[in-house]
Design a protein around this ligand. Structure first.
Ligand SMILES: *[C@@H]1O[C@H](CO)[C@@H](O)[C@H](O)[C@H]1NC(C)=O
Length: 359
């Protein structure tokens, strides 16, 4: 685990990198004016399980394996009207203890030369602690005079397409080949991130970023594809951070930008274990060895108006004067049992769910 004991001054680091007018690393990168505060906190692992209450509600098992963080009311069926996450949860794996939302993504596997698969572990971002899990961001409007409207109970959304075999969500779901430490430039899928899985060994592992839309239709808590009730802003620079630019007339309400960062410990599988032809050996639990099928699911579950308060206070990083926090040791005690009994941690002859790899 590449974890540091003391939190980095990451807010400062990010503002420094985003406020600089000079293109960085040879890329022409847009420059938000001033500092964009970003709530950025650890949600350690809740469970790794083959269920998906958003896309396949009630299915045990669902088609592919997910890793899930957040409140412990997570179940295979979470009816938006009946399932109130804050009242049904008794704990959360997130730093902010009023956040009983659930956040989940696909899971990464390594394919060995002998054809078996091993689940790739996760670690938290530098400066944060936790047993695997996800680093979650909530970003208010870069313009401090523009407020954002926090999500309503029952709200949920999805980014990406689990069945995608070709590019489909440009610069919203991406991978970065990480150096041994650092590299916080251009978050939000800016360069050098790619839609594809990196083709070379990454000494700092692979970071995936999942960036949710910033505009809502103001009416629907969900939609049949779990996407069309939300939209990305019009005229936003491609890698702009947070809700910027103009929400389309169809989706006029600016919402906080939710973003996930997941750090996959692919560095544990060195080049000596890679295929002899040098091709990259990682595959998503969807059976996708290219990287296009990665996706993120979100079910809102903050207690009361806690998220709205935090956005209005423009809280930054993993401390917030208007929110309750819990130590990571507490967060790590929160867990739920798996619903699907199957081996997910050995050297597996098949991916969970007998998912075929689509070479
Ligand atoms: C397959 O390869 C992996 C990685 O080298 C190894 O740990 C595992 O024991 C092998 N499994 C079999 C059945 O040979």
């Amino acid at each position: 685990m590449h974890l540091t004991k003391h939190p980095l001054a990451l807010g400062a680091l990010l503002s420094a990198s985003t406020a600089s007018a000079a293109p960085q690393g040879g890329f022409d990168y847009p420059t938000p004016v001033g500092t964009v505060p970003m709530m950025r906190f650890s949600c350690t692992q809740l469970v790794v399980d083959r269920i998906d209450p958003l896309v396949n509600p009630g299915s045990v098992p669902s088609p592919h394996l997910h890793q899930i963080v957040g409140g412990n009311s997570f179940t295979p069926s979470m009816d938006p009207l009946a399932h109130d996450l804050p009242s049904k949860s008794t704990c959360t794996t997130c730093t902010f203890s009023e956040d009983f939302s659930n956040y989940w993504t696909a899971v990464l596997f390594f394919r060995a030369r002998n054809g078996t698969y091993k689940r790739v572990a996760q670690h938290q971002e530098e400066g944060l602690r936790g047993n695997g899990g996800i680093t979650v961001y909530y970003i208010p409007n870069a313009d401090s005079k523009q407020t954002v409207t926090a999500f309503k109970p029952g709200f949920r959304m999805l980014v990406g397409d689990a069945s995608a075999k070709t590019p489909n969500a440009p610069r919203k779901v991406c991978h970065r080949c990480m150096p041994k430490s650092g590299d916080n430039r251009n978050i939000n899928c800016g360069p050098p991130d790619t839609e594809e899985l990196p083709s070379k060994h990454c000494v700092g592992g692979i970071r995936t970023v999942i960036t949710f839309p910033t505009c809502w239709d103001g009416k629907n808590l969900d939609s049949p594809d779990h996407q069309s009730h939300v939209a990305y802003a019009e005229g936003a620079t491609p890698y702009a951070v947070g809700p910027t630019a103009k929400c389309p007339d169809s989706h006029p309400v600016a919402i906080p930008q939710v973003m996930y960062e997941v750090r996959w410990q692919t560095q544990e599988f060195g080049p000596e274990l890679w295929p002899e032809d040098g091709s990259q050996p990682f595959v998503w639990s969807t059976g996708d060895p290219k990287g296009y099928s990665n996706h993120g699911d979100y079910v809102f579950g903050w207690q009361g108006d806690a998220l709205q308060r935090a956005m209005d206070a423009r809280c930054d990083n993993n401390h917030c004067s208007v929110l309750k926090e819990q130590p990571v040791e507490e967060a790590e005690k929160c867990a739920v049992a798996r619903h699907v009994e199957e081996d997910i941690d050995g050297w597996l002859t098949k991916l969970p769910g007998d998912v075929e790899v689509q070479y």
